[in-house]
Design a protein around this ligand. Structure first.
Ligand code: C2O
Ligand code: CU
Length: 538
């Protein structure tokens, strides 16, 4: 089959170009398994789904339909609840249970390569959607894995080499929910009271088509759109009853960071983060949500009057907008993001979605005092308490990098080798000499070149979820004060927002699976410009 040949050719090219030495575990088996084009007969799936990436036309704005890329799904085997279609361009919500064995037949019907990553899921290298496994139009890739994650909200999206940003922008993303025994005991709001909210910013041409072209400045800061979509819909209003709901919020935007807040100033109750439920509910005045991060909220509409509305907003914040005065940028802007022809900068205020109270009901579940017990993970668990793994964010020739290097398909350095079944302490640092902040003395300043090029970076690590050990904020120019009370530092994470000048220590297990696992900035324009590297676990 020519399909195998084209993949094999690409594979061999990578081998020839990279620093491949023949010692990458998972690689030999990858070849033996012919890049997983056929199901493994020894794997007995509980759920089987066909997932196809294709072009489609969907209604988003009034008038002409919008051409998008879309995952369409079909349940082949397993519980009916395993897949739920959403209107619009997003792929179906995939609902899994911990312990289930899942097989996904991924078909690429796009006239370009594509590969799918299960963001947040703990799966083997060849199932993880590394860009080396991209398939061409007409090809199939079979993903098979056991769901090891606990209950929570994850997602899937394209991870195609240098095309991730555009493909995700055009629609290639969807949610994954996982449930488990411990969660079921909590009796959290379910069914129609368990609402997914995928927040994305887009720009449209006058003909209602998605607009995506980047100036140098836009490439540097990542794509920022002028129109907020929630679950692929514009000006979304969700009818609700006077009772408690669970909101599963994903920031599925390429680059925009949200500062979530209720329109009436009520505090927010978080019950979950990227990796699942928290130990207990936590209250925040607002919550920062960077690209790829998830937060689960508990909201009780009880006591509100029928006919009223409550909006979820993004509030103004500072320190994230790039350019002159970037350190103090953002903030409010007349007209907000509705304005065409110039997207609001990072940190602008807007309405995300409205909840319309339409019905009084008597009954509501109560917020549990505690959620799930959380295994402590501290520096005492680390295999490297004194030899921390560094991820230094840098910049060279208008390209962001990690430890001075950009992405190279199979490349990893000595310090990117991680021994299997260890827990590692990792320090992510957004202080770069190239940005003018090399010396610690620069930490107090924040102006000048620093203010221009310093940017927030949501850093994502594939594989298992990590915990945040500490944050050391950067510049004391007041900008940090506009975001700091909205950072959730408890709970399991796979993506962490690193503000300009900030240094964050995390602790992360690398269990079960050997091979290449990516870590990168989840500002997707940054990822595609090479702000991504491999860890070699083995
Ligand atoms: Cu959500 Cu490597 O990606
Ligand atoms: Cu970045």
């Amino acid at each position: 089959m020519t399909h195998i040949n084209s993949n094999r050719r690409r594979f061999l090219q990578y081998v020839a170009l990279g620093t491949f030495t023949g010692a990458i575990p998972g690689f030999a088996s990858t070849e033996n398994r012919k890049l997983n084009q056929m199901p493994n007969s020894a794997f007995k799936p509980d759920v089987e789904i066909a997932l196809t990436a294709q072009t489609a036309e969907v209604k988003i704005l009034p008038g002409t339909k919008t051409r998008v890329l879309k995952y369409s799904g079909k349940l082949l085997h397993g519980p009916q609840t395993a897949i739920r279609e959403l209107p619009g361009y997003l792929g179906p919500v995939l609902n899994f249970e911990q312990g289930q064995k899942v097989r996904l037949f991924f078909h690429n019907q796009l006239p370009e390569p594509c590969v799918t990553h299960w963001h947040g899921m703990h799966v083997p290298q060849i199932m993880d959607g590394h860009p080396m496994y991209a398939i061409e139009q007409g090809e199939q890739y079979v993903y098979e894995f056991e769901v090891k994650n606990p209950a929570g909200t994850n997602w899937y999206h394209s991870h195609t080499h240098e095309m991730t940003a555009r493909q995700v922008y055009q629609g290639l993303a969807g949610l994954i929910t996982i449930t488990d025994e411990a969660e079921r005991k909590l009796d959290l709001p379910g069914g129609e009271f368990d609402l997914p909210l995928v927040i994305q910013d887009r720009s449209f041409s006058s003909g209602n088509q998605l607009h995506y072209s980047l100036t140098m400045h836009q490439r540097m800061q990542g794509f920022l759109g002028d129109t907020i979509l929630v679950n692929g819909q514009h000006n979304h209003v969700i009818p609700v009853k006077t009772r408690a709901y669970r909101l599963r919020i994903l920031n599925g935007s390429n680059a925009r960071i949200y500062k979530l807040g209720w329109s009436d100033g009520s505090p927010l109750t978080a019950i979950g983060t990227d990796g699942g439920l928290l130990e207990k509910p936590e209250i925040f005045p607002y919550i920062m949500l960077a690209p790829a991060e998830r937060v689960e909220l508990w909201v009780d509409f009880g006591g509100r009057k029928t006919g009223t509305e409550l909006a979820l907003q993004t509030l103004p914040f500072q320190g994230a907008a790039m350019g002159m005065g970037g350190g103090r940028g953002g903030g409010m802007r007349g007209g907000g993001m509705g304005m065409r022809g110039g997207a609001a900068e990072q940190g602008s205020q807007d309405t995300l979605v409205k909840f319309a109270i339409i019905e009084q009901v008597g009954d509501s579940p109560r917020l549990p005092d505690t959620l799930i017990p959380m295994q402590p993970l501290t520096v005492s668990n680390a295999a490297n308490p004194d030899r921390v793994v560094s991820i230094n964010i840098g910049m060279h020739r208008m390209t962001f990098n990690l430890n001075g290097r950009t992405f190279d398909m199979l490349d990893y350095t000595e310090q990117e080798k991680i021994p299997l079944n260890t827990v590692q302490k990792i320090r992510i640092s957004n202080i770069s000499p190239a940005m003018g902040g090399g010396m610690r003395g620069g930490r107090g300043g924040g102006g000048g070149m620093m203010g221009m090029m310093a940017q927030p970076h949501p850093i994502h690590l594939h594989g298992q979820q990590f915990r945040i050990l500490s944050r050391r904020p950067g510049y004391a120019d007041g900008a940090y004060a506009t975001i700091k009370d909205g950072l959730i530092n408890s709970g399991w994470k796979d993506t962490v927002l690193v503000m300009p000048g900030e240094e964050i220590e995390i602790i992360k297990p690398f269990m079960d699976y050997t091979g290449l696992f990516l870590y990168h900035c989840h500002n997707l324009e940054h990822e595609d410009m090479g702000m991504m590297r491999n860890f070699m676990v083995g």
